[in-house]
Design a protein around this ligand. Sequence first.
Ligand code: NAP
Length: 247
Amino acid sequence: MNLIDKVAIVTGASNGIGREIAVCLAKLGATVVINYRSSPEKASEIKDELLSKNLSVEVFQADVSIFSESQKLIDFAIEKYGRLDILVNNAGVTADNLIMRMTEEDFDRVIDVNLKGTWNCSKHAAKYMAKQRTGRIINIASVVGIVGNGGQSNYAASKAGIIGLTKSLAKELSKRNIAVNAVAPGFIKTDMTNNLNENWISEIEKNIPLGRLGEPADIAKVVTFLCGEGASYITGQVINVDGGLVM
Ligand code: NAP
């Protein structure tokens, strides 16, 4: 499998899962635009690492929750490379709390970044992909969007929203040969989960049939598959990558 001549944008690629997806796509030959919001050093570090391997990469700062900034991100790729083949909507945040304690700001922020950010980037990208008559959009959801999770009413709602958005766009954009799928990770070792205490992690692992938390690479492998030739007849699907946690 290779992605030579493909242009990809990965949102929230300065860290964790997004970083791994960007590196994998670049290693397969894609030109990758690494989006970040507030970690320029981390984004530059990945750019330098990929450039040192003669891979094609750019970085672009944008807060995907802001409509105009997400438009600038998509336009940057189009102006620089003349096309956009792959959009991975990965940027995401949490602000966990029980509903009694969760603030309206916590709710709005998580919905704005996770759900509206995904819609914003998809809307701007779809315009160009539709003209090209080809494109792949991969949205990073979560198994929590399928089964819910106490203390994550904002996050679970945002991820459930992403699943509905994925299926709707898959139906809407199929006529233009644009495939839209979602990947729903379980518990993956990143900064998002590194504040969980050891005891809780052991409890979680007991409920994961494959017996371990996932690595960012476990998600990146499925995302790259969805970007490639092998996935050309797949759209509107949600693929759980969770060691069997939800089945
Ligand atoms: P992470 O390590 O915290 O990284 C989050 C990334 O999102 C960072 O690169 C951050 O960039 C970026 N970001 C945050 N807000 C942004 C915004 N408004 N605009 C643009 N970029 C923004 O998280 P992760 O664990 O890799 O999570 C990646 C995705 O997987 C998220 O959608 C998350 O919900 C999903 N997921 C994760 C898990 C898990 O167990 N880790 C499970 C299920 C789903 P800056 O640092 O530059 O701001």
